[in-house]
Design a protein around this ligand. Structure first.
Ligand code: HEC
Length: 283
């Protein structure tokens, strides 16, 4: 199914879906609490305006349109994420130690620790300000005219070099449901695994687990268990795959690891992931 058809199916499903505040149960490896299906953007606009959360215009450097590390400015219309999430998930949405799961219809999942919303401003956007189609060409994944709606999470990255270097890994689009659950630390650092792998687990969460899994925890877009898959690679082949996937497999939609970082950093990140994944005990 193309992205366009998918999003049409999505909005029909959404118009039948539950209103703000209603919850459905989901089961994930991390034991997430209920997931809230988002209303249509039009319904959200009406409901949130009544609740005193009007839309705003926000300017960001669009990582999905990056070319050679340069990102164009794009103006979007949307809701401040903290106010909207408080309405959607309830006042405890950002209780310490929790993480939010943004789920797209195609199984892409972004898990974001709530602390990040205290550090950086974010918006759930629903349209471009200039009225042009609400879509991007995702050069990194070789996908054209990818619809962003119904909801797209964007970050105020104009003054943050750190956010700019991260790229679009934590900018989930086509978001249809959000849930709040306990942190994934226990799944990613199972008993006995040295705390020194904490940084590598964070790297995996940010860069890999939107599509893949570790010990069953992660996204459904390409539900491969990395702790198992890593066994088929030596360190050099692993690095080559992560840093230049399309050189290894032309036409692949797997994005290269952390494109905004230096080659030395990227190689070190690949090695860190390799060591961590190989250290994980078999399930
Ligand atoms: C946007 C989704 C996405 C992200 C993020 C992603 N991958 Fe992938 N990955 C894929 C897809 C799609 C494939 C299937 C490759 C193909 O045949 O095109 C794949 C395949 C793989 C494979 C199997 C390769 C083989 O030869 O069997 C490994 C290992 C892998 N990815 C590791 C990673 C790691 C490690 C990360 C994080 C640094 C990562 N991926 C991030 C989409 C993704």
């Amino acid at each position: 199914m193309t992205g366009a058809t998918r999003s049409v199916a999505r909005s029909t499903a959404l118009s039948m879906a539950l209103r703000i505040g209603a919850a459905i149960a989901t089961g994930t490896a991390a034991g997430a609490a209920g997931a809230v299906e988002l209303p249509t953007p039009a319904a959200a606009r009406e409901q949130l305006a009544q609740d005193g959360v009007p839309t705003e215009v926000v300017t960001v450097l669009e990582p999905h349109l990056a070319r050679k590390g340069r990102m164009p400015e794009v103006r979007y219309v949307g809701f401040p994420a903290d106010a909207a999430l408080a309405k959607l998930l309830g006042p405890d949405w950002n209780a310490a130690g929790r993480e939010l799961e943004f789920r797209a219809l195609d199984g892409f999942v972004s898990r974001i620790p709530v602390e990040r919303f205290a550090q950086h401003r974010a918006w759930l956007v629903i349209a471009r300000e200039d009225g042009r189609p609400f879509q991007v060409d995702n050069h990194l994944q070789g996908e054209q005219q990818v619809p962003l709606g119904p909801f797209y999470l964007v970050w105020d990255n104009r003054r943050s070099k750190a956010l700019q270097a991260e790229g679009g890994a934590l900018w989930p689009y086509q978001v249809g449901a959000v849930s709040s659950g306990p942190s994934s630390t226990r799944a990613l650092l199972p008993g006995g695994l040295a705390r020194r792998y904490g940084a590598a687990a964070d790297l995996a969460r940010t860069n890999c687990l939107s599509c893949h899994r570790i010990r069953g925890y992660g996204g459904d877009k390409m539900p491969l268990d990395l702790d198992v898959a890593v066994k088929g690679f030596d360190a050099a082949a692993w690095r080559r795959w992560l840093l230049t996937p399309s050189a290894v497999r032309p036409g692949t939609t797997m994005p290269p690891l952390a494109e905004g970082r230096s080659e030395a950093d990227r190689a070190a990140m690949a090695q860190q992931l390799y060591d961590y994944l190989r250290a994980l005990p078999a399930r």
